[in-house]
Design a protein around this ligand. Sequence first.
Ligand SMILES: Cc1ncc(COP(=O)(O)O)c(C=O)c1O
Length: 383
Amino acid sequence: MPQKPDTSAVTAGRDDSRSLAPALWPSTVWETANMDDATARATGMRSETFYSRYANPTVTQFERAIATLEQAESALAFSSGMGAISSVVLALCSKGSHVVAQNNLYGATLSFLQGPCARFGIETTFVDPSVPGAFEAAVIPGRTALVVAETPSNPRLGITDLAELGRIKGPFSVVDSTLATPLGQRPLDFGVDLVLHSATKGLGGHNDALLGVVAGERDLIDAVWGYAVMHGAIASPHDALNGLRGIKTLAVRLNHQNVSTLRIARRLESHAAVERVWHPFLDSHPQTGLARGQMRLGGTMLSVELKGGIDACRKFLSALSLARVATSFGGPETLVCHPATSTHVGLSVEALAAMGVTDSLVRFSVGLEDPEDLCAEIEVALS
Ligand SMILES: Cc1ncc(COP(=O)(O)O)c(C=O)c1O
């Protein structure tokens, strides 16, 4: 019977072993029956019991679960979100290829495209994703191999129009959907070719798994695998196990966190020490109509511009204790960071300006605490 997404999160990736908890297969290598069997496994697609850089049963179970949630034919896991992003770009591009990417991507993705990719002869045109038609206008027919987007964007929560990406003909499109998770939005439904996640964040959900994953049509994922098995940024079975555990509680965590995030965001909007609040489902967000049209949930991240610049941010962060000062997001604890001096440090002034990362910007990843406790602490810290 068809299942609603929250139910799929509980059942996704189940195998027929009758064990309700997934099995951990730590082995890096499996015996082969004879030389012919070894050849078959060495040359087969994603042979599951050969050598764990090719595939591993626990990792495969995590990949199946993601494919179910994204309603994709196939998925491929990596040792981190950056492992997924770099492998997809290097699998699908060659020297001389052209990439179109939005100018407010996660900092390391931006640095990867501007640094190593440029060095290897892969040229990127960066576009403002809030300008209708900007991606398509930058595509060079016959040369653009890939269109790279991220929505919502980290940390300013800009929204990229998924339907517009899905309509682009020629290059493959890939969407970093980390902030939304598969329960928050499904880019493949809009015609996008590949969706990827840093599963280190909400999917894993407990700050104990460094993990990435990409999902899409089987042929395309197989092509990425053909490169990834040499690149070697392969997910560990231990992390995949933690990823599977995270997925089972994803719905209940997200539902709680999304309600809390919106409540805190609305409370902050009316605070005298706050200049501006950013969250996709706030009425004041300039793209909230687009966000509501393509997302089931608005997400667990919010950003605020504080009055008083970097000094105010410094004082605010040092006055918090229930909310922890840390850079990641999507876990049980509420985390707060100052992107300009942490996650986005080292980016050029122009890049920071393009993505709206100012000295006054503070990012919140709202966790599982009671939102009233968080609001109380935040109000004291702001005062
Ligand atoms: C939107 C986004 N994509 C990708 C990544 C990279 O993920 P990882 O740290 O798992 O490599 C991050 C990390 O913060 C991120 O925020």
